[in-house]
Write a protein that binds this ligand. Structure first.
Ligand code: DO4
Ligand code: MG
Length: 274
């Protein structure tokens, strides 16, 4: 099942049929105990509607967006490279192997954009990349209710200058994208799930790469358990699980670039750089 947030409506997709769930508030549905059971019973009595995939919004209302760092070898290497002048390399090596994962606050709902909307690069940054990340939708009890696609937009120049600048490299207006839906499931995603990133400039693909989720160093349950250790989330939250794709060091995003991140069965998240 997939849950979409559309302008003024909540739509459920099940077996290629669509149902209007707008009698519910997004936050209420996100945190409903036994959500899949509830939805199965809801659609057994509901009439399917027609659904145009337009005006799809980020699948978020009051959820905080958090992120995990250095969960893939490629991210550790990229970060060691970008911070070697600043002497930050050792920290990335240590956190990659440590029991405690790197978790950081990424975005408020207001700083998060949805499909088709503009992500931003900071005006005081000179080196910027998208980070395509499988993102966990977690309810207020700490249960993973499903998965979406996240873009953890990052300033490599600011983070590389000094790792203590991480919050500025990561959190600013338009720094995160989520969508196009939540793929709701009680089952773990198959290990062979692939994350694809394509960046299009002037109608040509100038960068593309793929990583499989089984390359991740951490278990999703461990990331969630650390996140919930001393933080409560009355409305649930999102947790980006880290990037395994890092464009080469001479690549930086430009205004007008189109970023496409595909993870099946969730779909494709497309955004333009403002
Ligand atoms: O350590 C800095 C951030 C790492 C990150 O965002 C990632 O690995 O995806
Ligand atoms: Mg990241």
């Amino acid at each position: 099942m997939k849950l979409f947030k559309q302008q003024g409506r909540i739509i459920l997709e099940s077996d290629n049929d669509y149902y209007d769930l707008s009698v519910h508030e997004w936050d209420e549905l996100y945190n409903k105990p036994q959500l899949l059971l509830y939805l199965t019973s809801f659609i057994s009595e509901a009439i399917p509607i027609s659904f145009e995939r337009s005006d799809i919004q980020a699948p978020i209302q009051s959820q905080e967006v958090w992120a995990s760092g250095v969960t893939y070898f490629r991210s550790k290497e990229g970060r060691q490279e970008e911070s070697k002048e600043a002497g930050g390399g050792d920290f990335y090596e240590k956190v990659y192997h440590a029991d405690r994962p790197e978790l950081f606050f990424k975005a408020t709902p207001a700083r998060t954009v949805g499909p088709g909307e503009q992500v931003r690069i900071r005006k005081d940054s000179t080196w910027d990349v998208p980070e395509p990340e499988l993102t966990l939708a977690i309810n207020n009890e700490g249960k993973i209710i499903g998965y979406t696609i996240g873009n953890d937009m990052s300033s490599r120049s600011i983070e590389g200058e000094n790792p203590l600048y991480l919050p500025q490299a990561k959190t600013y207006d338009g720094c995160a994208a989520l969508g196009p839906c939540i793929y709701l499931t009680d089952e773990p995603l198959p290990l062979e799930t692939m994350i694809h990133l394509k960046i299009i400039r002037a109608e040509a693909a100038i960068f593309q790469d793929t990583i499989s989720v089984d390359q991740i160093k951490r278990k999703f349950e461990d990331l969630v358990s650390y996140l919930f250790r001393e933080c409560s989330f009355p409305n649930g939250c999102y947790l980006m699980t880290g990037t395994g794709i890092v464009p080469p060091s001479d690549f930086t995003l430009q205004s007008g670039d189109q970023i496409e991140i595909t993870i099946q069965p969730i779909g494709t998240l497309k955004n333009i750089v403002a």
